[in-house]
Ligand binder design. Structure first.
Ligand code: DGT
Ligand code: CA
Ligand code: CA
Length: 576
């Protein structure tokens, strides 16, 4: 992808801001801003010019030095000096400088004169009337700062997305509560919740009821409601204590399918379906399907799809990412379900950072009806989790062997979650790994390597003959940590060539692989394991999140390793 002029300008602007906060010479700051402005409005692409070997220093305001910086950004996507400065200056300063009335200059004086490095500290200083004492500030600007911080918080709050796991906890009691209303026929969660997205903007509920059921009154009286944003006879919106917004729509039974389809979305799926309908002379909305003003369908979703000549499309697929074309060709995937899962291939015990013993985990997995559970405690490098060394691992192997003799109906597999060290070697010697049924491998430190180094590190790991599964392959934590830089295509190619399995980690704040990568991997013929990484017996239930993610990634039973019988599983793992 070529770097656009606007992107180069953005890097220069950011650098100028940070320089100014840092108290740099103002000519220098101005030079960068000036260059940014000129680049951003320059009529030709600097990337293309550089490719053609043209001289960037001819561009007004650039000169030799800044032309060199611009080509650095074009070639590497970043400016090393900016990265350095970012490392040196506290992160909160940028946030402060972006408050409407502040900017870099004032941020600089807040930082150097009052030591303020975060919005929180700024708020405190303003409350204590310390800010007004600085040159360039007064009581009025101080009050404005407090106001702006408040606004900033509110807008962050409104951009906030909620993890599926949290919303699931809130949904169940609320649905039960609504179901107990007289006149309510059916209640369901639609929207991104029904599509099993990993995070949700708000929750959309749909009720089929008899007119006059009073369900709206009951909805706004729910005990967890802190604010009623709107209340009408067909639609109301409330805010729960957690901050989650919930929309409720009420329709008559005859429209339920059409409404469910409409409010499940996604919006772009709906639009595509409506367009197909239009070509056939059908009007589709949340009340039903109409031909010449006459309602021809609407009670069930099946009817909606059937009327436009399509088979039913599962909610997890409704993103307009090829599902409609697949449906037209009769090639929709037969999505994996929770019932297809025969065991869990990633779990911890009290031997490292788990909270249940080997026996307790085994018993919980047996109760779930699993054929197998792999115990994969951390290896020694993860010292904070009391990672196990050779000696302790050999002891655990013995314990599992003797437990297996006693257990009925389930087999405990001997495994480990071994660290892929920085040089790509695994944290335990071959002689020990050899004795295990499977080796789950993970990156747990040095997240900030370049994409090339990180990719090579993992690929080298994969080359180890005992490497079975790459767990949480990208390392992202939802809302907290970005994936580390990685060349996924290269990584997946290596995985395919070696028969390496990639994991969908079912921890609700990981869900790593993402749906998109899971789909690509399976299309490449890579096997996926869906595992919980359970640290206690309850977390074995996280499997449902992993399966949800897998369904969003179009996975079928055959794409998933732990849908195999124990015998098959062992055959596959031994081949590697
Ligand atoms: P979210 O809440 O951001 O996680 O995502 P959704 O998909 O739940 O979106 P939301 O809550 O805004 O709307 C719920 C559904 O309602 C959405 O998936 C499709 C439907 N919908 C909303 N606005 C429109 C629209 O303008 N046109 C169409 N066709 N459908 C819409
Ligand atoms: Ca929603
Ligand atoms: Ca909504």
């Amino acid at each position: 992808m070529p770097v656009h002029n606007k992107e180069i300008a953005a890097v220069f602007y950011e650098y100028a801001d940070l320089l100014e906060i840092d108290g740099a010479n103002h000519y220098r700051v101005r030079a960068y801003r000036n260059a940014a402005r000129n680049i951003s409005s320059y009529p030709h692409s600097l990337s293309d010019m550089l490719n053609r070997g043209e001289d960037l220093s001819q561009i007004p305001g650039l000169g030799k030095d800044l032309a060199k910086k611009a080509s650095e950004v074009i070639k590497s996507g970043k400016l090393e000096q900016l990265e350095e400065l970012k490392k040196r200056l506290p992160e909160g300063l940028i946030q402060i400088s972006r408050l409407p009335g502040l900017g870099p200059k004032r941020t600089s004086s807040l930082y150097y004169k009052l030591g303020i490095t975060s919005l929180k500290q700024l708020e405190e200083a303003a409350r204590e009337e310390k800010v007004r004492q600085l040159t360039g500030f007064n009581a009025k600007t101080e009050a404005k700062i407090l106001e702006d911080i408040q606004h900033h918080r509110e807008s962050e709050e409104s951009n906030k997305r909620y993890k599926l796991s949290l919303v699931q906890e809130l949904v169940r009691p609320l649905l039960d509560y609504l179901r107990r209303t007289k006149g309510v026929i059916q209640v369901e969660a639609a929207g991104s919740y029904r599509r099993q997205k990993e995070t949700l903007g708000d929750l959309d509920l749909l009720v089929a009821h008899k007119k006059g059921s009073g369900v709206m009154e009951r909805f706004v009286e729910y005990e967890d409601v802190v604010h009623i944003a709107s209340k009408g006879s067909t639609r109301s919106t409330i805010l729960l204590r957690s901050g989650l917004q919930v929309d409720l729509r009420a329709v008559e039974e005859a429209s339920y399918g059409a409404a469910l389809h409409y409010f499940t979305g996604s919006k772009s799926h709906n639009i595509a379906i409506r367009r197909i309908g239009l070509k056939q002379g059908l009007k589709i909305n949340e009340y039903g399907i109409f031909k010449d003003e006459k309602k021809v369908a609407g009670k069930t979703e099946n009817e909606v799809y059937a009327k436009v000549g399509l088979p039913y499309i599962q909610p997890e697929l409704r993103e307009n990412k090829g599902e409609i074309e697949a449906a037209q060709r009769g090639q929709l995937p037969r999505l994996i379900t929770l019932k297809d899962i025969r065991g869990d291939l990633h779990a911890h015990t009290t031997e490292t950072d788990g909270h249940a013993s080997l026996e307790e985990m085994a018993e919980a997995a047996r109760k779930k009806g699993y054929e197998y559970l792999a115990i994969t405690d951390h290896s020694r490098h993860v010292t904070i989790a009391r990672g196990i060394d050779e000696k302790r691992l050999l002891k655990q192997i013995e314990s599992i062997d003797s437990l297996n003799q006693k257990l009925k109906g389930i087999t405990i597999l001997k495994g480990i979650e071994v660290d892929i060290l920085e040089d790509g070697s695994l944290d335990l010697p071959h002689e020990v790994l050899k004795r295990l049924d499977l080796v789950v491998c993970a990156v747990h430190y040095k997240f900030n390597l370049t994409a090339e180094k990180q990719t090579q590190r993992i690929i080298k790991g994969i080359d180890n003959p005992y490497f079975t599964i790459l767990t949480h392959p990208t390392g992202r934590i939802i809302g907290e940590r970005e994936a580390y830089s990685l060349n996924m295509e290269e990584l997946m190619t290596a995985a395919r060539e070696t028969g390496t399995v990639l994991e969908i980690n079912s921890q609700p704040d990981r869900l790593d692989l993402t749906d998109i990568y899971a789909k690509i991997a399976s299309e490449m013929g890579i096997l996926i394991s869906i595992s919980t990484d359970a640290h206690n017996t309850n977390e074995l239930d996280f499997m449902r999140f992993g399966v949800g993610q897998a369904r969003r990634g179009w996975l079928e039973t055959t794409n998933v390793l732990n849908t195999r019988s124990l015998k098959k599983l062992k055959q596959i793992m031994n081949k590697n």
